[in-house]
Design a protein around this ligand. Structure first.
Ligand code: AKG
Ligand code: FE2
Length: 399
């Protein structure tokens, strides 16, 4: 049925084995909510919990604890427009943002009739974990442990995709697809978010005459245009898995704090590769008039890196790092054990499954990449691909 609001499954963390979760949600690219994730995280101290009434605790943000734990540091906040994407970013000290937020809460309590339109500042995409690596304020939910992107970036001390979001009621993120076409998981520490999610391909029904997408979508618009969509109200301690290629828009229905990661792994890696090459072809078309220059190919890769965040060389570097790290683990720990990557063994410890599964996906992808015209015509890239095939092949030959 078209214009349909699809429903999402909710399950408690630990109620399903890692393997079953992987096959049922990650492998099928299906959104799901995992409940009870962050109850024991250190960042639950960012809240002040009040007494229990009818089994419901009320809580508020513990601004003093936040100030004390995180200290002062420069943060970039986004000024949210109420109706469009025209966002402006400003830098301020973390304590200034907290003061703004505390005052905002106080004045909205005083202004019960909502007479004055509040200024909305959203502290988003904040690399708090990278800034305070020793502060263990959250744990990656077990089901999302296989994260090649941040594993590589963290090891190389590069800018990662691990974020904190803090925003007052009505702060929001316009319609978008995640960086590189990655997955995201997002855990609400405090407050409630409303998500609108579109299954891959549904966004085309929203394209305007000049081929652009609206940045602020409403349910009525989606129904009118027969777009299938998902509305999700995400509560405290709940983690939403946002699959690859699903456009989404997010509204903080109340004051909200969340932690999220963008990531990819052996399951969506081919999709990420296709996104990279699609973007590279766009870059090449844009500067086609310079194709006679000797440095044309290198310049395209450079522009791709600036615009998209990754170029082919970076991508192969990530594959190489993951392949080597899995091979090392394999040699050390599991050489004599059963390493079959089929459905049966997936239910054992995630490491057992991922060593084999990751190497197999790198092997298959490298074979695919090696046939790409751009890679095939560049000896450095082609040789790196061949090397990846070689090192990951070994493990299959041995079986
Ligand atoms: O919470 C938000 O405002 C945006 C989060 C998001 O887009 C994501 O987790 O992918
Ligand atoms: Fe997103």
């Amino acid at each position: 049925m078209e214009g349909e609001c699809i429903h999402i499954r909710r399950l408690t963390e630990g109620s399903m084995s890692y393997g079953n979760f992987y096959w049922e949600f990650i492998k099928t690219n299906t959104p799901v909510i995992v409940t009870g994730v962050s109850i024991k995280w250190e960042c639950s101290n960012w809240l002040l919990k009040h007494g229990q009434e009818n089994n419901i605790y009320s809580s508020e943000i513990n601004f003093d604890y936040l100030k004390q734990q995180i200290g002062d540091r420069l943060v970039v906040v986004t000024k949210c427009s109420t109706h469009d994407e025209s966002t402006v970013s400003v830098e301020m000290q973390f304590h200034e943002f907290l003061n703004y937020w505390r005052n905002q809460i106080l004045s909205s309590k005083a202004d019960v009739n909502n007479v004055t339109a509040p200024k909305i500042l959203y502290l988003k995409d904040w690399h708090l974990k990278a800034q305070l690596p020793n502060y263990e304020f959250y744990k990656v939910p077990q089901y999302f442990a296989s994260d090649w992107l941040n594993e590589y970036l963290e090891e190389h001390k590069l800018d990662d995709y691990r974020f904190v979001y803090m925003g007052p009621k009505n702060s929001w993120t316009p319609l978008h697809i995640d960086v590189f076409g990655s997955y995201s998981w997002s855990t609400n520490i405090y407050g409630r978010k409303k998500w609108i999610l579109l299954p891959p391909g549904e966004q085309f029904k929203l394209l305007g005459p000049r081929g652009s997408l609206p940045c602020n979508i409403k349910e009525e618009m989606l129904i009118e245009k027969s777009v299938n969509f998902l509305i999700i109200y995400q509560h405290e301690n709940e983690t939403l898995f946002v699959p690859s290629g699903w456009y989404h828009q997010v509204l903080n229905v109340t004051d909200t704090i969340s932690v999220n990661h963008n990531w990819f792994n052996g399951t969506n890696i081919k999709y990420i590769w296709c996104n990279i090459t699609e973007n590279l072809r766009k870059v090449m078309n844009e500067i086609l008039e310079f194709r006679q220059y000797v440095n044309f190919k290198e310049d395209c890769q450079q522009i791709l890196k600036c615009n998209f965040g990754l170029n082919i060389s970076d991508f192969l570097e990530i594959l190489c790092f993951i392949a080597n790290s899995r091979l090392t683990l394999y040699m050390k720990r599991y050489r004599s054990k059963d390493m079959s990557g089929n459905r049966k063994s997936v239910n054992s410890h995630p490491d057992n499954f991922h060593i084999h599964y990751d190497l197999k996906s790198i092997n298959m992808l490298s074979k695919f990449i090696a046939q790409d015209k751009i890679v095939f015509n560049c000896s450095t890239l082609y040789d790196r691909c061949m090397n990846l095939i070689d090192i990951t092949q070994e493990i299959f030959l041995e079986r």
